[in-house]
Design a protein around this ligand. Structure first.
Ligand code: HEM
Length: 244
């Protein structure tokens, strides 16, 4: 039986992805030479503010993950592949923290403002440290490549499980909320949700849902804290203008 992550983990997952889809293009665009200064400044303000929000969310997410064990992966996934996936997921958490943390250190360490946080009256958490900020800038610029590469492999793997192996892996993290605790995987022919929605099978084979009776339970106790992997993390500018 393939079980879903709990609602908390799923909301964190899709929220981080959504914010990254804004944050990464903003970061690339703001250093593009083609833009005029006004747009660059606005992008810097957005990137620094959103990046700081992301840092807090990513730290909260890591804490959540450490205290809420992941449900076991599909039984059909070989042990070695599970271990690799678990290590890859843990690495994505670490790289996310490094990317966001280095961005924060790079800006605050050099004495530049984070306008959105200033507007909220939030204090700067670090002292001036220009040398560290310089290193943080390098780390920020290079770790982002690692993050993008790891997320790309992660997405490719999910697509392989969803489209080729059809083992319900995507359903473990989808939908962002609701959907019940169990992912219905009809004989590997397609996917349906635990709502029993026959139309959700890709081949539209309504019979497929009845094939999975044995796999569907009303396991109300299943959430991130139960029946899961016992080891929590084991799964799973400066420049002329003031805005930098
Ligand atoms: C997960 C969060 C973050 C992501 C994904 C991200 C992504 C990026 C990307 C893609 C770039 C362009 C890199 C390049 O090719 O040079 C960049 C640059 C930059 N980011 Fe971030 N960033 C994040 C968090 C932050 C935070 C929290 C801050 C500051 C509060 C920040 C400040 C900057 C600055 C100042 C630059 C310009 C490069 C430099 O001058 O060092 N970023 N970021």
């Amino acid at each position: 039986m393939t079980k879903r992550f709990g609602t908390g983990a799923r909301i964190f997952h899709w929220l981080v992805l959504l914010l990254l889809l804004v944050q990464i293009p903003a970061g690339i665009a703001m250093i593009a030479p083609a833009l005029e200064q006004g747009s660059i400044d606005r992008l810097f303000v957005l990137h620094k503010g959103l990046g700081t929000v992301l840092l807090v969310i990513v730290l909260a997410r890591a804490l959540w993950r450490l205290t809420h064990a992941a449900p076991p992966m599909a039984a059909t996934i070989p042990e070695q592949e599970r271990r690799i996936a678990t290590a890859a997921h843990a690495t994505i958490y670490v790289v996310l923290i490094v990317v966001a943390g280095s961005g924060y250190v790079r800006v605050v360490g050099e004495g530049f403002p984070i306008e959105m946080m200033d507007a909220l009256g939030l204090p700067t958490l670090l002292p001036l440290m220009p040398e560290v900020a310089l290193w943080a800038s390098l780390v920020h610029r290079f770790s982002i490549f690692l993050l993008v590469a790891m997320v790309a492999v992660h997405i490719a793997e999910v697509l392989r499980h969803q489209l080729v192996l059809r083992d319900g892996t995507l359903g473990r993290m989808w939908p962002p909320f609701g959907g019940g605790n169990v992912v219905i995987v009809p004989n590997g022919n397609g996917l349906a949700t635990s709502d029993g929605d026959a139309a959700a099978t890709p081949d539209g084979d309504a019979d497929a849902v009845s094939d999975v009776d044995a796999q569907v339970t009303t396991d109300a106790s299943t959430d991130e804290t139960s029946g899961g992997d016992p080891s929590p993390i084991s799964e799973g500018s400066p420049g002329e203008g003031p805005v930098r």
